[in-house]
Design a protein around this ligand. Structure first.
Ligand code: MRU
Length: 350
């Protein structure tokens, strides 16, 4: 994605000012603005309002958030410094419960800081490790892209849901990384983007970043997907993931219905995600699915979309059982059923 302004990345570390610089995703596509977080509370707020979002970007945000807490700390006593760092980590961890990358990024930097011998060394280690988490994401997405591009025909139309693109990572993307890599390899790929109610990550973000890159993208309502499959317009579905347990893929609400529709119509359903998104020790029932405010469904600005008397159930994610998934494209290769066997490929690589 061709980023404008100060950063070529969705989220980056500003070493000069010891802060996090990010694209405020709540403003797109109307406004492109780069913002900064100077405190952990500011970062937690940016994550909660989805200014920074998408599982891999949340992993980077978690990692950089711990680094931010470290470099901004005035504490000289190692025990108190460590306690403050862990407190900051818990604030960040509590912002969004479903995407496993958030905790993964936090724990990587906490581990690096805890292993250091002094407060100063811990600060340096935290910034270094956060930089490593961010840098690896680009390599990871490129690998996912290369593996996934092989799965797509020379000429095809793929349906995607939510935004699993450059904006959800540091750059390139997972599901959209596959599209970008296929286009780079000379394939003629068109994308159908589901709008992704209620926060419209599909219409606002996926359409925006693909249009920036000149990749053919068409917006549909979420509820049009099955009909387009029936009409034979869709060759494959490809989505990202927030967490992959041993039995299910958690991703944006609506993903499950696309998987069911795809299976019904004989269309391959692919998931693209880094190894850091896997959580094979857990199963579907162990995962907390984020529920968000009623206002996201019941209002549009000043306009009421539902009466006050109606209850609202606003799940941010759903779980797609693995038996509906034809392949999971990771940075270490493509996993196919039976997943109990192919999950061995990711063992020890998280
Ligand atoms: O609520 P969001 O916008 O953070 O949800 C994001 C998704 O569901 C993405 O599909 C997922 O994180 C994968 S991003 C590569």
């Amino acid at each position: 994605m061709k980023m404008k302004g100060e950063t070529p990345y969705t989220i980056a570390w500003d070493a000069e000012n010891n802060c996090i610089v990010y694209i405020d995703q709540t403003l797109l596509p109307g406004r492109y603005e780069v913002a900064r977080c100077r405190t952990v509370d500011e970062l937690a707020g940016a994550i909660r309002r989805l200014a920074i979002r998408g599982a891999p970007a949340l992993g980077i945000a978690g990692a950089m958030g711990v680094a931010l807490a470290a470099v901004r700390s005035g504490e000289r006593d190692p025990v108190r410094f460590r306690r403050d760092l862990h407190r900051a980590a818990e604030i960040l961890r509590s912002t969004r419960p479903t995407a496993v990358n958030l905790g993964w990024g936090i724990d990587r930097v906490l581990g690096a800081a805890d292993a250091a011998g002094s407060v100063e060394a811990a600060k340096e280690a935290a910034v270094r490790e956060a930089g490593a988490v961010a840098g690896e994401d680009e390599v990871t997405c490129r690998r996912i892209g290369a593996f996934g591009a092989e799965l797509l025909p020379e000429r095809c139309t793929v349906l995607t849901h939510c935004n699993a693109g450059a904006l959800a990572c540091r750059c390139w993307g997972t599901a959209l990384g596959v599209v970008r890599s296929a286009v780079e390899a000379g394939k003629d790929v068109r994308v159908i983007a589901c709008e992704t109610r209620p926060l419209n990550q599909g219409s606002r973000l996926t359409c925006w970043e693909l249009a920036q890159d000149g990749i053919d993208v068409t917006l549909i309502t979420d509820s049009a997907a099955a009909y387009l499959m029936r009409k034979g317009v869709i060759d494959a579905v490809i989505v990202g993931a927030d967490r992959i347990t041993r039995d299910a893929v958690f991703n944006k609400i609506g993903t499950y219905m696309h998987a069911i529709s795809a299976r019904h119509h004989g269309i391959p359903f692919y998931v693209a995600a880094p190894v850091s998104t896997f959580d094979p020790a857990r199963s579907e029932v162990d995962v907390v699915v984020e529920e968000r405010d009623r206002g996201e469904l019941a209002r549009c600005g000043d306009r009421m979309l539902a009466p006050d008397g109606a209850s609202v159930l606003n799940y941010a994610f759903d779980a797609t059982p693995l038996d509906l998934v034809d392949a999971i494209v990771t940075d270490v290769g493509v996993l196919r059923p039976p997943y109990a066997e192919s999950f061995r490929l990711i063992e020890g690589k998280r």
